[in-house]
Design a protein around this ligand. Structure first.
Ligand code: NAD
Ligand code: UFG
Length: 334
């Protein structure tokens, strides 16, 4: 299968490229490099033994995307391109609607013009807001509280509408919980620009001495140790979920949404301890006030993905921590 991967140079996209190509498919990466580097293409090639096609450009540019679809005889699209910082989306909502929603709109127009019927979309557990019950299943009410989450929900709704208008179309929205970890080679991983917003890349940078200590946001949540609980999922398990979604689309049309998580939660302090065990480093931390917009606890009901996609996360918390550390260690020696 020839698969167009938008955002293919990013953290998750590069792992999806590896999984796809390792399974014998062709991955065509489209990325404007706004949050990634072209060197990722070589790293993916080093892992899989052949190079993916790569085009630098914006996913919202209809003519550009149509040309790529035609040239590579694309069969399906995995749409990962987008901005993902919650805080930034609160400060600059229009930038998020422009890039995420208008980007998806252009891509969908290009797909329609070229009669491409299958799309897998990177959605997020953030659309559920503060969980009303746990574990969170796909039917949980949607309660977005920032422009990032709303951009994801808008795109899910656009996909729902076009599936109604074209019954042959298939769209799978994958609602990721908290992706962490890296490919076992340590060649690709999460390498955010600037100060990391997310827990794991921050922990890694503290462990290697790039930052002095971690701020643990809130120790007074109604959780066993008072710190926030999340469903951390290994990025390779997540990437394999995309393969499962593509397979599902080969025999199912219409609009579908699936949670991708492990179904269990770990607290911030549990994550720190697990990381310390795997890396042999100490992670100094300070307990500080809650971060605005954070929820106490969130973890997925993964029944739908288990039974309908025939997919399950298999990698452990130890794998998540050790692969993150290997990636950082290789980066430090580059
Ligand atoms: P990332 O920033 O590493 O990757 C996104 C890639 O898209 C980057 O390489 C960026 O350069 C590219 N891009 C952005 N806008 C573009 C545009 N208009 N045209 C072309 N390329 C563009 O992020 P990631 O963590 O790999 O996330 C991938 C997707 O998964 C995003 O849509 C994100 O919202 C979603 N997601 C991520 C998480 C997470 O915790 N990482 C959680 C839930 C959902
Ligand atoms: N945390 C800290 N210190 C930090 C960073 C995070 O204590 O420096 C805590 C948070 O308070 C939270 C937990 O670690 O309790 C996880 O925080 P992340 O920022 O890593 O992840 P979030 O659950 O806040 O959000 C992530 C992505 C969102 C996505 C969501 C659900 O950033 O884009 O998962 O998929 F929508």
């Amino acid at each position: 299968m020839n698969v167009l991967l938008t955002g293919g140079c990013g953290y998750i996209g590069s792992h999806v490229a590896v999984v796809l190509m390792s399974a014998g498919h062709e991955a065509v990466l489209v990325d404007n490099l706004s949050n990634s580097h072209q060197t990722i293409v070589d790293k993916v090639a080093e892992i899989v033994g052949r190079s993916p096609a790569f085009y630098q450009g914006d996913v919202g540019e209809v003519a550009f995307v149509r040309n790529i679809i035609r040239r590579h005889r694309i069969d399906a699209v995995i749409h990962l391109a987008g901005f993902k910082s919650v805080g930034e989306s609160v400060q600059q909502p229009l930038m998020y609607y422009q890039n995420n929603v208008c980007g998806a709109l252009g891509l969908l127009q290009a797909m329609e013009a070229e009669s491409i019927s299958n799309i897998v979309f990177s959605s997020s557990a953030t659309i559920y807001g503060d969980p009303q019950y746990l574990p969170v299943n796909e039917a949980h009410p949607k309660h977005v509280i920032n422009a990032y989450g709303r951009s994801k929900l808008h795109i899910e709704d656009m996909l729902r509408d076009i599936c109604i208008s074209r019954p042959s179309l298939g769209a799978v929205c994958l609602r990721y919980f908290n992706p962490v970890g890296a490919h076992q080679s340590g060649l690709i991983g999460d390498h955010p620009r600037g100060i990391p917003n997310n827990l794991m890349p921050y922990v890694v940078q503290v462990a290697c001495g790039e930052r002095e200590f971690l701020n643990v946001f809130g120790a007074d949540y109604p959780t066993p140790d008072g710190t926030g609980v999340r469903d951390y999922i290994h990025v390779m398990d997540l990437a394999e979920g995309h393969m499962a979604a593509l397979k599902y689309l080969s025999s199912n049309s219409g609009w579908h949404a699936f949670n991708l998580g492990t179904g269990r939660g770990y607290s911030v302090l549990e994550m720190i301890r697990a990381f310390e065990r795997q890396s042999g480093r100490t992670v100094p931390y300070r307990l500080v006030a809650r971060r605005e917009g954070d929820v106490a606890c969130s973890y997925a009901d993964v029944q739908a993905a288990t039974f309908e996609l025939n997919w399950k996360a298999t990698r452990s918390l130890e794998d998540m921590c050790s692969s993150s550390w290997l990636f950082q260690s290789r980066l430090s020696t580059e």
